[in-house]
Write a protein that binds this ligand. Sequence first.
Ligand SMILES: *[C@@H]1O[C@H](CO)[C@@H](O)[C@H](O)[C@H]1NC(C)=O
Length: 254
Amino acid sequence: MASTQLIISGLIIFSIFVGVEGSNGYYHYTVDQCRFSSFDLSDLEYIRSMVFNNDQDIVFNSTVGKYVGYTEHGVQNAEEWNKLPGELERMRGEKERYCRRNTQNDINYILTKIVEPTVRLRLRKSSSGDQPAMLVCSAYNFYPKMIKLTWYRDDQEVTGDAISSEELADGDWYYQMHSHLEFTPKAGEKISCMVEHTSLKEPKELVWDSSMPEPERNKIAIGAAGLVLGLIVTAAGFIYYRTKARGRILVPSG
Ligand SMILES: *[C@@H]1O[C@H](CO)[C@@H](O)[C@H](O)[C@H]1NC(C)=O
């Protein structure tokens, strides 16, 4: 009978404690954490912390196995809760009940998920005067976050100031990364960007054709198209002229 009362009073203390939230600008909150650093969950730890106005006053840490108070009020409560029959067993069980199942799902469905990046190498800026040119090597929509983009000029790794990178979270679990290379073009040299990601069996190499930068290629393509169009028009005109001329000869003039 006495123990039942203790449990009940304990539960009341507990629920009042959790329940007084947000009124009159004060706030109390409880955070449950499952912490682990290895996929076999050998170091899995369950932590429940209770915070009042930014001050953590009680913590249950599964490795410690009991409540520990950090404020005067917290110490009092911790002492009382630690004596509640069944309370510590229940809390110690949370590591298996609550944490193992959830973290195993995190591991199975999120942490081991691998998505290959879409990669692209393009010229951002051609060199003009003494301004260097800029290439951008981009990787889109990949997971997990860890990725490596490396620049090579004639198979020699480029390091230092010539390179700047930005890594962005798309906000939907995917990431993108852009690496910029500033360079002064040299005829016939090979520039490449090497992408390494856990989704790729071997690094992916993107090679820049430095002999003919993109704008030049476009100019040549437009020029060639113009030439072909000109030839067609000329040929058509010539055929038209010939037909007309022959027609005039065939029809006897009166
Ligand atoms: C839980 O307690 C263990 C043992 O004292 C400690 O090593 C660990 O850092 C604690 N965890 C947290 C999140 O404070």
